[in-house]
Design a protein around this ligand. Structure first.
Ligand code: TXA
Ligand code: MG
Length: 335
């Protein structure tokens, strides 16, 4: 293993590496990120290379507070300040008009840039100590589930970066919600902040434009068009009231199962990941990516998964599972 696991005492070394154009593993409350100096095109290029990320997929910038927004954005709508007051630091990325100082390598040539202020003490320290915005996509190889521990990130990035700061298991477990404000408020990815919470602060309904089916060809967040979060084995999502029973009667010997705690005993003979109780969506969010990663350590030929149903974080978890399954979904009887 060439990539070190670092702790808080290594922060100033991490900040120096960032300022020298190197990359480091960044713990945040959502998922771990692969961070580089967001103002340095050479560091940005390294991010794309290390992840194997398509160059038309822009990066978001991590800032220390809302006071940093005017450094990198212009024509900032007033609503932004209500949103930052309510959700920053936290799991909300705002898409705003970029100033010319933001490198085109970050925005992939778009006129806008995504900004997020992470709510994790180590992330905050790294940003303040280096005093530059950190460009950081999730720290997985492109297409793989996002890492929610330092060890999971090392599986994908070992030997590619010098170190990953260990900030413990991510408390949210899914990426941030991405919100674009103009021409009208639109959610481009559902994550750690729910649609309902955003609507409450804005006092209006927001549009949702996420990649909900394989037939929708141009999602507004470029990254949402790629196959994502996917374990090596093909996966089928089974939704509806009879999902566990349906899986139990169709599963083959050696297949894997991702299920809710209430149904775990049905699948004790199979490689199995239990992601929390059926209605405990925040635990499911914390568990889902490590559960998907688990199957790559097993010889399973196929994975069957239950799917949460409901509002709030249920939608966020379901959208990750739908993409992991490449939209192979079986609907059993409605509740
Ligand atoms: O929680 C998170 O957001 C994590 C942590 C590390 O902060 N980061 C993250 O970054 O998930 P990434 O690159 O894996 O996902 C960012 C998404 C991509 O789908 C990208 O296409 C979209 O944001 N995006 C970035 N800039 C954009 C822009 N200007 N307009 C629309 N979508 C944008
Ligand atoms: Mg990602």
């Amino acid at each position: 293993m060439n990539t070190h696991i670092w702790t808080e005492k290594d922060i100033s070394q991490g900040a120096s590496l960032l300022l020298a154009g190197e990359l480091v593993g960044l713990p945040t409350e959502t998922v771990y990120g692969l961070a580089g100096n967001g103002l340095n095109p050479i560091a940005i290029e390294k991010i794309f290379q290390s992840k194997g990320r398509p160059s038309d997929n822009p990066l978001i910038l991590h800032v220390a507070s809302e006071e940093w927004i005017p450094r990198y954005c212009q024509n900032i709508p007033d609503k932004v300040w209500d949103l930052t007051k309510a959700f920053w630091p936290g799991a909300l990325t705002l898409i705003l008009e970029a100033k010319p100082c933001v490198p085109k390598e970050v925005t992939a040539g778009l006129a806008t840039v995504g900004l997020r202020c992470p709510n994790h003490p180590l992330a905050q320290k790294l940003i303040t100590e280096s005093n530059v915005p950190l460009a950081a996509p999730s720290g997985n190889l492109s297409g793989k589930p996002s890492p929610t521990t330092a060890e999971a990130m090392r599986e994908d990035m070992d030997g590619k970066i010098s170190g990953i700061f260990d900030g413990g298991a991510c408390s949210v477990g899914l990426e941030s919600t991405i919100l674009c404000l103009s021409p009208k408020p639109t959610i481009l990815r559902i994550g750690g902040v729910s649609v309902e919470e955003i609507q409450l602060i804005l006092g209006e309904t927001v549009d949702i434009s996420i990649h909900l089916s394989e037939n929708q060809d141009k999602p507004l967040a470029p990254g949402m068009k790629y196959r994502h979060y996917a374990p090596q084995a093909p996966m089928t999502l089974v939704s509806g009231a009879q999902s566990a029973q349906w899986i139990a009667s169709h599963i083959q010997v050696g297949d894997g199962v991702l299920c809710f705690q209430e149904y775990a005993s049905l699948f004790s003979q199979h490689p199995r990941q239990v992601i929390g109780k059926e209605k405990d969506f925040s635990t499911q969010a914390q568990q889902v990516f490590s559960a998907l990663r688990f199957f790559d350590q097993t010889p399973v030929q196929h994975i069957w998964s239950q799917c949460p149903e409901g509002e709030g974080m249920a939608l966020a978890v379901a959208s990750r599972l739908e993409k992991a399954a490449g939209f192979q979904i079986i609907h059993t009887e409605e509740k």
